[in-house]
Design a binder for this molecule. Structure first.
Ligand code: NAI
Length: 475
């Protein structure tokens, strides 16, 4: 075993939490090392957000060519063929490019990189096992950014052959004829939508009474329900998947659908029933790092764990399990280690689901506003069908909904379902974070013709005087 190397900061895990933290630490002049057991960029960049976005964009391209192009006068002669090996190669090239970029950024900022698996050896040391053997790293501060992994449910074991996790689904060698997706949440719906567009028959089993339940505005979910139906995705609600078995080349799923036992057959099953923190790894006990009752590392407002010199960020440190929350915490921790008196203090974390159309939200839903004590609200909506850019894109499904305090007009929540919701939500994030009012949004000149105008008009609609729609009385 080699001698311990001394650092100011050792970051474990190179996802959007870890790599951002390491770069910021180095920028602040701290001697920093990052340890990663797989590829740079973590789940998000290699087997999560980025490859799924690549597959979604390719499937959308195909779908629009097949369904919208001829309406626009673009006649495609003959069949459009999906070359899956080529698509997979392109998707991999997108991930590799991003992963190499992270590597270069770390090196360019003089962060030392170690490829290997880290475990706590003591409160200030990690031991890294790699192909070169074992090495100890000593650091004044250690940042844990080791993320989460998919969960399994009783009766289902992910083998990435018949029962796939998102990782397996994103890396298929061949398209199955039929896929059963278990879980109508973020991942299940994103993957089901693009698989369906690529020609796979998809059936979704969701245990709850609604898809995306509890996390998304109910009106937004209705738009997705309609679109999934149009695409041909069959969704069963109140459908508990119970077990899976192999029957020859097929895979059989037994489920209780609305209280009745049913058997469904498919080529493959996709299990997307949530993720859990990787808090059972790395010997946290040895470092006196406590885990909370939900399995996350317990942290304070500075992302400090029960051990003063150890920090935790990203999925392992609590909900929401979103890449951009992890990056925000990564910068925060670097600044705290450098001596800043900074805390995690945000009004919300924007969330995006890359369904068709996309859903994006910032701040509270109506139910959450009520729970938070806002008795009277102003709620308004502006439909994309009344926005010129959306009409010219032929993407008119959906709306922007704004919820504001009735008395002060302060914006409490914005919920978008529609084209480019993922990009439009950033303006709402700024508005909610700054405590902006409806008038702030309505009186800001938005360029024409853009989807962004819908945000201004949604604010006007919430005030009761949008131009491009017939206004309803404010409720
Ligand atoms: P999820 O928590 O979003 O959804 C899981 C669903 O599975 C729930 O609706 C649940 O009712 C259902 N379920 C559980 N047991 C079941 C059973 N036996 N039969 C049928 N349905 C069952 O989990 P998901 O989709 O795996 O995503 C995990 C997390 O990853 C998300 O919460 C999110 O934080 C993150 N993520 C974020 C993305 C984004 O920002 N675009 C994309 C993908 C993931």
């Amino acid at each position: 075993m080699s001698q311990a190397n001394n650092y100011d900061v050792c970051v474990v895990g190179s996802g959007p939490g870890g790599y951002v933290c390491a770069i910021k630490c180095a920028q602040l002049g701290l001697k920093t090392v990052i340890v990663e057991k797989e590829k740079m960029g973590g789940v998000c960049l290699n087997v999560g957000c980025i490859p799924s976005k690549a597959m979604i964009s390719a499937a959308q391209f195909l779908h629009r060519a097949q369904h919208d192009a001829s309406d626009m006068g673009i006649e495609i002669q003959g069949d459009i063929v999906v070359n899956l090996p080529k698509l997979k190669k392109w998707k991999d090239s997108v991930c590799d490019r991003m992963s190499m970029g992270v590597n270069q950024l770390l090196k360019g900022n003089k962060v030392d990189i170690i490829i290997g698996e880290a475990d706590f050896f003591s409160e200030q040391e990690v031991e890294v096992k790699s192909s070169k053997g074992k090495e100890k790293i000593k650091a004044k501060n250690i940042v844990i950014a080791t993320g989460s992994r998919p969960i399994e449910i009783p009766g289902f074991k992910i083998d990435e052959k018949s029962v796939l996790s998102s990782t397996g689904a994103l890396d298929l060698e061949q398209l199955p004829k039929k896929m059963i997706t278990i879980g109508g949440g973020y991942i299940g719906l994103e993957i089901s939508t693009y698989l369906c567009k690529l020609g796979v028959e998809v059936e979704v089993l969701e245990a709850g009474p609604a898809m995306l339940s509890g996390v998304v505005d109910k009106d937004c979910v209705k738009v997705i329900e309609r679109k999934l139906k149009k695409l041909g995705v069959k969704v069963h609600l109140n459908a508990f998947a119970k077990s899976v078995s192999k029957k020859g080349k097929s895979t059989e799923v037994v489920a209780e659908i609305k209280g009745k036992k049913e058997t469904l057959i498919a080529d493959k099953v996709l299990l997307t029933v949530g993720r859990k923190a990787n808090s059972d790894q790395m010997n946290f006990k040895k470092a006196k790092v406590n885990i909370d009752s939900n399995g996350f590392i317990a942290i304070d407002k500075q992302c400090r764990t029960s051990n003063n010199k150890i920090f935790a960020i990203g999925d392992i440190a609590g909900q929401p399990m979103l890449a951009h929350k992890a990056s925000h915490e990564g910068v925060l921790v670097a600044e705290v280690i450098h001596g800043a008196n900074r805390v995690y203090d945000v009004k919300g974390v924007p969330a995006v689901i890359f369904t068709d159309p996309e859903i994006a939200s910032m701040g509270m839903t109506e139910e959450e506003c009520k729970q938070a004590g806002y008795e009277k609200l102003k709620v308004g909506k502006f439909p994309f069908a009344a926005n010129g850019k959306a009409v010219s894109l032929m993407e008119t499904d959906g709306f922007i909904k704004i919820i504001a305090d009735h008395k002060t007009n302060v914006i409490l929540g914005v919920h978008i379902v529609g084209p480019e919701a993922s990009n439009l939500i950033s303006e709402a994030a700024l508005a909610v974070e700054m405590g902006a009012t409806l008038e702030d949004l309505a009186l800001t000149i938005h360029p024409h013709p853009t989807l962004g105008e819908a945000m201004m008009e949604a604010a006007e609609a919430t005030l009761g005087h949008a131009i491009h729609m017939i206004n309803r009385p404010i409720r």
